[in-house]
Design a protein. Structure first.
Ligand code: AMP
Ligand code: MG
Length: 415
């Protein structure tokens, strides 16, 4: 083996910075056309394809936020004033004008009767045979929820391009939407490459041949895609041969919006993804200046997008979160794509700077800082399970104990 660098190695193009790669990638992700109508029950995680305009005030009427008595404050003189109970207003009914110098028995959610200007909670009252006494002077407005204080009629409550959460489903329901127009699901064909890969369940650990490993990427990639609402066609494992890789890509390019692969996208002789994509379509992006995750590829085959993720499990996981996730969200019309990062102190040191921007697996500790997982190898998937997020460390940067770093919690990336 020669120690002199080969021309191809020395002439290598510089790796693309992540921000630039992401901008280019997202420029290719035009929202899929059309929309589908789904029951609000089924819309968690989907992306709204319509603005939700409220046709009513929520609450629709001033109502009580307590079980107690609706009163007219001016009627209260002192704690000995005795008020007869002139009406009873449970939630779901409506009362009538409050008789002078009386109170209305009222329950949480029931409309405030005309003439009343406050609610006294029952805990502040003494109930006697012929009426009630109110121990504390009531203040106008107390324990009243105002009409429209949650949603005003004609307000846009949720916007097209917003991803629906459990709370937003409730909000949509509160203004009367039982069906929602949402973006179509992204149809994704998924396959793993690698002759070393074996499916757990097919071969017992004791029977694994030397060099064989279990396919772990297939499991988390499928789960990540499903969390983003994709319809996944799982094509399993494709052998490390150009013809097999081309066949798989050609087939997957039909009826799918995205082909997602793992492995085989590097420069080894067994890496066939790049030439196969180039033969069948176009490769627009290849290799990014991040660690883990350098061997990332984007291209197009026919009408389908293609994304090739690295084989190393942590590289595959991290590049999915940083690149594939926003890509899939944009295909569904989401506009807010950048995950929030938080400034936190490092409770570790990172003495060796890297030329590439690094994403370190870390965990928040009870002292309000970040601990580092000891082994940051791109093959150590334990780091992604132990960690609860990533430190986004700029290229060429060392970290001293106590330095402020940017932390991206997995919670912002995994939903
Ligand atoms: P490759 O990108 O194909 O060169 O693979 C890089 C490393 O990741 C190798 O050690 C592979 O064995 C490993 N690897 C590739 N695909 C998978 C997979 N689906 N599950 C687990 N490890 C994988
Ligand atoms: Mg491989």
């Amino acid at each position: 083996m020669s120690l002199i660098p080969t021309p191809s190695a020395s002439a290598r193009a510089p790796l693309k910075p992540l921000d630039l790669a992401l901008t280019e990638l997202l420029a290719h992700a035009q929202p899929l056309p059309g929309a589908e109508s789904v029951s609000t029950f089924e819309a968690d995680g989907r992306v709204l394809a319509q603005d939700l305009l409220s046709s009513l005030d929520v609450p629709a009427l001033d109502n009580s936020s307590m079980d107690g008595y609706a009163v007219r404050c001016a009627d209260w003189a002192d704690a000995d004033t005795l008020f007869p109970v002139s009406q009873r207003i449970p939630a779901g009914s409506s009362g009538h004008t409050l008789a002078a110098a009386s109170v209305a028995r009222i329950f949480t959610g029931a409309p405030i009767p005309p003439g009343a200007d406050a609610v006294v909670m029952q805990e502040d009252c003494d109930v006697l045979d012929n009426g009630i006494r109110i121990r504390l002077q009531p203040a106008p407005g107390q324990w009243i929820r105002r009409r429209g204080e949650d949603v005003a009629a004609a307000a846009v409550v949720l916007q097209r391009g917003e991803r629906l959460s459990p709370a937003s489903l409730g909000l949509a329901a509160s203004i009367g939407f039982g069906q929602l127009q949402v973006a179509p699901r992204v149809r994704v064909a998924l396959f793993s490459t690698g002759d070393e890969l074996v499916m757990p369940g097919d071969v017992a650990p004791a029977d694994m041949k030397p060099g064989a490993i279990y396919n772990s990427n297939r499991f988390f990639l499928r789960a990540l895609l499903q969390r983003l609402g994709c319809v996944v066609t799982d094509l399993g494992i494709v052998p490390d041969r150009l013809d097999a890789t081309m066949d798989a890509l050609r087939g997957a390019s039909q009826q799918h919006d995205l082909i997602l692969t793992s492995g085989g996208v590097s420069v080894g002789e067994e890496d066939h993804i790049k030439p196969a994509v180039q033969a069948l379509g176009a490769l627009n992006l290849w290799q990014i200046a991040i660690k883990p995750g350098k061997p990332f590829a984007y291209g197009q085959i026919g009408a389908a997008h293609f994304i090739g993720l690295p084989g190393n499990p942590v590289s595959s996981f991290v590049t999915f979160l940083l690149l594939v996730r926003p890509f899939l969200l944009k295909l569904q019309g989401v506009t807010e794509l950048a995950p929030e990062s938080i400034a936190l102190p490092a409770h570790f040191t990172w003495p060796k700077a890297d030329k590439r921007r690094e994403f370190l697996r870390v965990r928040q500790n009870v002292a309000g800082g970040l601990d580092l997982f000891g082994n940051q190898s791109s093959g150590v998937l334990t780091s992604a399970v132990w960690g609860d997020g990533l430190v986004d460390n700029p290229a060429g940067q060392t970290i001293a104990h106590g330095d402020t770093v940017r932390f991206i919690p997995f919670s912002a990336l995994l939903s």
